[in-house]
Design a protein around this ligand. Structure first.
Ligand code: SF4
Length: 664
C-alpha cells in the first residue's frame, strides 16, 4: 500500500510499514518531519522495517535497513547536560541539607523549597518543611529563604521575631535586588517584567518599593504613569524575546527619558529549553522528568511535543509508559530545574531495565546479566582478586588460586552484607540495585552467609594463620554497620557504630582491602612478616581502594547528602574533593615514578622497582576517569561499576607485565 504522508498526521493503521522517502526532496525541516512520521508509524505498534535518509529514496547510499529488534536492543539514552537543578536551586537544597544535618532544631521555608514532591518529602523527613504562616511554631527556629528570595521587610519581620535566617536566595536573584536598590537610590523608577504573583517577582517589587511597576507584555507599557529616569529589570526566568519587545516599546514611549535597560534574565532557563529542543529533534522519544506543578518542566514538555517527538512527562520512574517506547532506538531525557539528579538517574536506570526485561532476546538477557553481576558486587570482588594478584607480585610471592578464591568470596560476602544492611541508601542512587535487594533479601543474605562460610572453610584447610586472618576480617567486615556503643556510653563516644564516624567508610574500606590483600599471600605462604615490600604492597592496595571509594563517593554525593552521611566528599564539597583526589593520584604517580631512585637499585633489585613502576597505568587511568566523569551523570550503574573497578584489573595487568619482563 502506498500512502502520501506529509506531516505524519494521517498515518493509516496497519501492522507493518516500509517507511521510505520519495525521491522528491522534502525541503526545509525534512529531518524533523521524517522523525515525526517515523514516530506516528511506530505509535501504532508497527515495525518500521526500513528507514531512509531524507534526500534520496530507496537507492540513497545512506539508506539503512534497521530491524526493529536491533533498535529495541540498542536503546540509547541521551541525558540533557542542563537537566535538573540549576545553580540557584542546587545551592538552596544543599543549604537545606546542611541545616538538617545540624540537628539543633527544625528548619522552615516560606512556601515549598522547590516544586518537586519527592525532594520536598525527603526534606520534610529531615526536618525541613514549609512554614504555615497561620500557625507558626512556638519556639522560633531557622528560616531558610528560597532561591526566589523575599522582600526585605519580610526578612526583617522574621528576624525581629527571633528566627535565625539562612539566606538561600540565588546569587543571580540577589544581583537583581542589588541593581534595583542602586537605581532606586539614584532616583530611578523601577519597571519590572515578570509574572504577577510569582515569588521572585514579589521579592523584586519589595526591593523596588513605591518606585516599582510590574508589567508583563509590551502593551502594558502604555498603562505606565509618566516617569522620569527608568530602570528596566526582569524576573530571572522571563522570556528574552518578550523582554526585548518590552524594552523597545519603553524606549519608544519614554523617548526623552534616561532609560537603563538591565537584562537580568538567567541563561539557565534558555539553555535548558534550547537543549531540550535540540534533543527532541534528534531522538525517537523524550522523557521529561519533573513535578506536575513545575512550570518550567511543563514548558519543556511543550517544547519537545512541538518538535513532533513522542514525549512523556513523569515525576518518577514508575510513571514511564513503556508501550510507546517499544522499538525506540534513542530516547532523550531532560528535566526541570527542580528535579534532583537522583530522580533523573532513577528514570534512566529504569528505562534501561525496561528495555532489557521487556524484550525477550539475547542482547537484553546479556545486559540484564550484566546488571545482576554488578548488583551482586561481582565486578568489585573480581577486582579484589586482581588486587590480590598485584599484591603477590609486588611482594614477590607466588599467586595461589586458593588465595584468589578467598579474596573473591570474602569481598562478595562483605559487600553483599553491607549492601543489605544499608539498602535505603541506594534508593537515591541506584534504583536497579534497590529493587534487586528488596526483591531477594533472604536469598542474598543466604549467599552472603554461604560466601563467608566458604572463605572460612577454605582458609581453615590452608592453615591456621590464614584462618585467623579471615576470621578477624569477617568479624570486622560485619561489625561496620552493627551498633557497638551502648546508649549509656554515647556521652563519651557519640557514634553508635563505625559507619557513623565521619569519613570512616573510605578509610575503613581501604584499610580492610590493604590488610587482607597484603597479609593473605603471606599467611598462605606460611609466615606473616613485615618487610619493605609488605609496606609497598599495603600502600599500593590502600591507595587503589581508597581512590575507588572516593570515585563512588563523587558519584553518590547527592544521595550521601540526603542520607546525612559524612564522607570526605560531602564534607569538603565535590569540586575541592575532585581536585584533591587528582592531586593525590598524581602525587602517587610521582612517588612510583621516582621509586627506583628513592629506594636505590642496590637495595631493591631491578625486578622490584619494575613492579612498582608498572602500577602507574592504573593510577593514570584513575586520574583520567575522575577527570572525564566530572559533570557527567552516570546513567548506567553497572557500566560505571565495571569502569571504576577496572583500576584493579589494570593493577593486575601491570603486575603481570612486570612479571613477564622480569622473567625474560
Ligand atoms: S533559574 Fe537562574 S536565577 Fe533562577 S534560581 Fe536558577 S540559577 Fe538562579
Amino acid at each position: 500500500m502506498f500512502s502520501n504522508i506529509y506531516n505524519g498526521g494521517n498515518v493509516p493503521r496497519s501492522s507493518k510499514y516500509t517507511l521510505t522517502v520519495t525521491t522528491t526532496p522534502m525541503g526545509g525541516g525534512t529531518v524533523s518531519r521524517f522523525s515525526l512520521i517515523k514516530h506516528r508509524v511506530r505509535k501504532f505498534g508497527a515495525a518500521c522495517s526500513a528507514i531512509a535518509c531524507q534526500r534520496g529514496g530507496i537507492n540513497d547510499p545512506r539508506f539503512k535497513r534497521v530491524p526493529a529488534n536491533i533498535i529495541f536492543n540498542n536503546m540509547k539514552i541521551i541525558v540533557a547536560q542542563t537537566a535538573g537543578f540549576c545553580m540557584g536551586v542546587k545551592r538552596a537544597v544543599d543549604r537545606a541539607l546542611e541545616l538538617s544535618d545540624d540537628k539543633s532544631g527544625p528548619t522552615w521555608t516560606l512556601g515549598p523549597l522547590i516544586h518537586n514532591k519527592q525532594t520536598t518529602d525527603m526534606l520534610r523527613q529531615r526536618g525541613v518543611s514549609a512554614l504555615d504562616e497561620n500557625s507558626p511554631p512556638n519556639a522560633p527556629a531557622t528560616l531558610l529563604i528560597r532561591a526566589h528570595g523575599v522582600p526585605p521587610d519580610v526578612m526583617e519581620r522574621y528576624k525581629s521575631a527571633g528566627y535565625d535566617i539562612a539566606d538561600g536566595t540565588c546569587p543571580k536573584v540577589k544581583a537583581v535586588h542589588n541593581v534595583i536598590e542602586r537605581y532606586r537610590r539614584d532616583g530611578y523608577s523601577i519597571v519590572i517584567t515578570g509574572d504577577e504573583g510569582h515569588a521572585e517577582v514579589i521579592g523584586l517589587l519589595g526591593y523596588a518599593g513605591d518606585s516599582g511597576y510590574l508589567i508583563q507584555k509590551p502593551d502594558d507599557v502604555d498603562g505606565l504613569p509618566p516617569l522620569g529616569k527608568i530602570c528596566l529589570v526582569s524576573q530571572t526566568t522571563f522570556g528574552t524575546e518578550l523582554f526585548d519587545l518590552i524594552a523597545a516599546r519603553l524606549r519608544e514611549r519614554f523617548a526623552g527619558s534616561v532609560i537603563a535597560v538591565k537584562k537580568t534574565i538567567c541563561s539557565a532557563t534558555d539553555e535548558r529549553q534550547e537543549e531540550a529542543k535540540r534533543i527532541a529533534q534528534s531522538v525517537d522519544a523524550v522523557i521529561v522528568v519533573g513535578g506536575k506543578n513545575s512550570a518550567n518542566t511543563q514548558r519543556l514538555v511543550q517544547i519537545a511535543r512541538e518538535c513532533g517527538t513522542h514525549t512523556q512527562a513523569v515525576e518518577t520512574e514508575d510513571e514511564i509508559d513503556w508501550e510507546p517506547l517499544r522499538g525506540c532506538k534513542t530516547v532523550g531525557v531532560t528535566a526541570g530545574a527542580s528535579t534532583p539528579n537522583w530522580m533523573i538517574k532513577r528514570v534512566c536506570d529504569h528505562l534501561l531495565l525496561l528495555s532489557r526485561t521487556k524484550g525477550k532476546n539475547s542482547m537484553g538477557a546479556f545486559m540484564r546479566l550484566f546488571d545482576i553481576m554488578a548488583n551482586l558486587n561481582l565486578f568489585v570482588s573480581s577486582g579484589a582478586v586482581a588486587a590480590y594478584y598485584a599484591s603477590c607480585a609486588i611482594q614477590g610471592v607466588k599467586f595461589s588460586i586458593a588465595g584468589g578464591v578467598i579474596a573473591l568470596f570474602y569481598f562478595i560476602s562483605v559487600y553483599l552484607w553491607n549492601s543489605l544492611t544499608s539498602i535505603e541508601n541506594t534508593l537515591h542512587l541506584d534504583i536497579s540495585k534497590y529493587r534487586f535487594y528488596n526483591k531477594y533479601p533472604k536469598l542474598l543474605l543466604l549467599l552472603s552467609g554461604a560466601s563467608t562460610l566458604a572463605v572460612l572453610v577454605t582458609a581453615f584447610l590452608i592453615n591456621r594463620s590464614t584462618f585467623y586472618l579471615m576470621l578477624f576480617a569477617a568479624a570486622a567486615g560485619s561489625a561496620y554497620h552493627i551498633t557497638l556503643v551502648p546508649k549509656g556510653l554515647r556521652g563519651l563516644f557519640p557514634y553508635k557504630s563505625m559507619k557513623d564516624i565521619p569519613t570512616s567508610r573510605d578509610l575503613f574500606v581501604a584499610l580492610a582491602w590493604a590488610t587482607i590483600l597484603t597479609f593473605l599471600p603471606q599467611t598462605i605462604g606460611g609466615a606473616a612478616k613485615i618487610v619493605p615490600s609488605t609496606l609497598a604492597a599495603f600502600a599500593v592496595v590502600f591507595i587503589l581502594s581508597f581512590i575507588r571509594s572516593l570515585i563512588f563517593d563523587l558519584r553518590d554525593i547527592e544521595g550521601d547528602r540526603i542520607m546525612g552521611r559524612e564522607t570526605l566528599i560531602t564534607i569538603i564539597g565535590e569540586t575541592r574533593a575532585r581536585k584533591a583526589l587528582l592531586i593525590m593520584i598524581w602525587a602517587c604517580v610521582g612517588l612510583l615514578a621516582i621509586s627506583p631512585a628513592v629506594m636505590g637499585l642496590t637495595a631493591y633489585r631491578y625486578a622490584g622497582t619494575l613492579r612498582y613502576l608498572f602500577q602507574i597505568p592504573a593510577l593514570v587511568y584513575a586520574a583520567v576517569f575522575v577527570r572525564l566523569n566530572a559533570g557527567i551523570r552516570p546513567n548506567h550503574s553497572a557500566l560505571f561499576c565495571l569502569l571504576a573497578d577496572a583500576i584493579f584489573y589494570l593493577a593486575a595487568l601491570g603486575a603481570l607485565a612486570a612479571e613477564i619482563l622480569v622473567k625474560r
